[in-house]
Design a protein around this ligand. Structure first.
Ligand SMILES: Cc1cc2nc3c(=O)[nH]c(=O)nc-3n(C[C@H](O)[C@H](O)[C@H](O)COP(=O)(O)OP(=O)(O)OC[C@H]3O[C@@H](n4cnc5c(N)ncnc54)[C@H](O)[C@@H]3O)c2cc1C
Ligand SMILES: *[C@@H]1O[C@H](CO)[C@@H](O)[C@H](O)[C@H]1NC(C)=O
Length: 535
């Protein structure tokens, strides 16, 4: 009999989990608290308790070719960075194509997930839900927790002495929807993450003055990289990832800083990260530096104290008449429906094996999907998580002993602290391609470059020097997709298609095209050595 799997949440993680269950012949049931799919990406005008909330202008920070699921490229005419409504449209087409909606019970909240008395032999769970006030419990062979981690706002109010005196308005960034109502105001944004930068940039067009307060500073990167290609297609190649892994850390840092500084000098703009010895996740924002250059945004250091109307900063400077403070200070997460001991966040680490399995369970039948923050798109990441997990549920893949898993968790955490220090915001940080490959190895879908090179050198060069996108994990092994090779070879087309909105005439003389070919060949050789564009 097919194993029954409970999937909690119908956001991106839940949808892909459903598909992987179906692909592996499992029998999934998805419980979704709200009335629709999409999770975080379904924008609403009002903020709802217990649900992620985004502002109207959110645009993806990872490009469409790097963000799509591995056997379902985004439509050719979709732009490279998507407005949240467009991304939601993709998820809707995806859910329809793989007929996923029929597994989802909407307006059904999971209240509790408990081990059955015979858990040590059966591995089964009792999942209790509530729908329209009606409570119901059912038994499942496995549980996939896909409930998201951008829901509970984190506001470190104790670090803001005097906040109780402050007469202006203050709120967490999740309350922010659009710039209406902030015209002519003096606004302070706390933090310099992606949301902070977006909100500050947007408000600075309407407000009298925007201040951004950051103690740490941050690198800021443009979504637009070399030759105008999306940043992640250039950044996330196997070749550059290998370089970043083998070169000494100081050299890697130096190279990255050189690259980032080509756009603007972060020291001059007051943005340079303070601890120069640590890696720092960059912020992706195309407007922030120009807004600073226009004076519409002023970068300040940490807040020391607040009065009724003014903000005093650590460096002694004071800004009077502040109307609004927005705390873009991130999120905390928890799983109220799980037993306390199951998923622990302690000493700044999540004790889950490969960010998924609680190591102490006798049977590996409960996982968290998407509880991770790679410096790359989360979508291919959760897809590989779900592909692996569903095979573990089926008994096709095994897990090591509890001791080995614990050791791995501790080792991984040490490495993270070494790179990023004990930063709360980077608890879930991990190296993008390394992690994808790790999961792919477990499933048996990591392409073997040596054997593949003899068969298909053109493809291998693309795999190695080109962007490491999800199609790479559909070339071999379980879940192989015959369209994968073509998807890799034609991705440039899909990048350029949405840009070709004005037909340009081309001269087509034979000699010119021959010359171009010769130049092209030369470029290939040069690119091979200098690693230019391998799209
Ligand atoms: C502003 C913003 C921009 C981002 N941009 C990008 C980007 O460009 N690229 C990228 O890769 N990542 C991005 N991310 C990361 C983001 O985490 C992922 O994109 C992704 O949306 C997370 O999906 P999820 O399914 O894990 O969680 P969610 O989208 O939060 O979905 C969780 C679902 O579970 C449901 N749920 C919760 N609790 C229960 C319960 N007890 N019972 C039943 N249902 C429940 C919720 O209603 C919700 O539908 C961004 C995040 C934010 C905040
Ligand atoms: C994109 O933005 C979200 C929200 O701020 C963040 O969690 C994620 O890490 C960002 N992704 C990258 C690759 O920077």
């Amino acid at each position: 009999m097919a194993k029954k799997v409970a999937v909690i949440g119908a956001g991106v993680s839940g949808l892909i989990s459903l598909k992987c269950c179906v692909d592996e012949g499992l029998e999934p049931t998805c419980f979704e608290r709200t009335e629709d799919i999409g999770g975080l990406w379904r924008f609403k005008e009002n903020v709802e308790d217990g649900r992620a909330s985004i502002y109207q202008s959110v645009i993806t920070n990872t490009s469409k070719e790097m963000s799509c699921f591995s056997d379902f490229p985004m439509p050719e005419d979709f732009p490279n960075f998507l407005h949240n409504s467009k991304l939601l449209e993709y998820f809707r087409i995806f859910a329809k194509k793989f007929d996923l909606l029929k597994y989802i019970q909407f307006q059904t909240t999971v209240l509790s997930v408990k081990r059955r008395p015979d858990f040590s032999s059966s591995g089964q769970w009792e999942v209790c839900t509530q729908n329209n006030g009606k409570e119901q419990c059912a038994v499942f062979d496995a549980v996939m927790v896909c409930s998201g981690h951008h829901i509970q706002p984190h506001i470190p109010l104790t670090s803001f002495p005097g906040i109780e005196r402050f007469k202006g308005q203050y709120f967490h960034s999740r309350q922010y929807k659009h710039p209406v109502g902030f015209e002519g105001k003096r606004i302070l944004v706390i933090g310099i993450g992606n949301s902070a930068s977006d909100i500050a940039s947007e408000l600075s067009k309407k407000a009298a003055q925007v201040f951004v307060s950051t103690r740490q500073g941050s690198w800021v990167m443009s979504r637009i990289s070399k030759d105008g290609y999306p940043w992640d297609m250039v950044f996330h190649t196997r070749f550059s990832s290998m370089l970043r892994n083998v070169l000494p850390r100081m050299v890697v840092k130096w190279m990255m800083e050189q690259q980032i500084s080509q756009w603007f000098n972060h020291e001059n703009y007051g943005l340079e990260p303070q601890n120069k010895y640590l890696m720092k996740e960059p912020v992706l924002n195309d407007d922030l530096p120009s807004r600073i250059l226009y004076g519409a945004i002023k970068v300040k250091t940490r807040v020391k104290e607040l009065t009724e109307t003014a903000v005093i900063f650590e460096d002694g400077t004071v800004e009077e008449n502040i109307d609004v403070i927005i705390f873009a200070t991130g999120y905390t997460f928890s799983f109220p429906f799980l037993e306390d001991s199951l998923v622990k966040v302690e000493n700044n680490m999540v004790s889950l094996y490969k960010f998924m399995f609680p190591p102490q369970l006798e049977k590996p039948t409960l996982v968290c999907i998407g509880l991770i923050q790679p410096l790359g798109s989360i979508f291919p990441t959760v897809e590989l998580q779900a592909r692996w997990v569903t095979r573990v549920f089926k008994g096709l893949c095994g897990l090591p002993s509890e001791k080995t898993m614990m050791e791995d968790i501790i080792k991984r955490n040490k490495k993270r602290i070494d790179l990023f220090r004990e930063s709360q915001s980077q608890i879930l940080q991990t190296n993008y391609i390394d992690y994808l490959d790790e999961l792919a190895l477990e499933i048996g879908v990591k392409p073997d470059f040596v054997s593949l090179f003899l068969k298909d050198p053109k493809l291998v060069l693309k795999l190695y020097f080109g962007p490491c996108n999800s199609y790479q994990y559909r070339l071999v092994g379980p879940g192989q997709w015959e369209g994968a090779r073509n998807a890799i070879l034609t991705q440039k087309q899909r990048i350029l298609k949405p840009l070709k909105t004005r037909a340009l005439k081309k001269s087509s003389s034979v000699s010119a095209s021959l010359l171009l070919k010769a130049l092209g060949l030369l470029a290939v050789v040069v690119a091979f050595f200098f690693h230019l564009q391998w799209l």
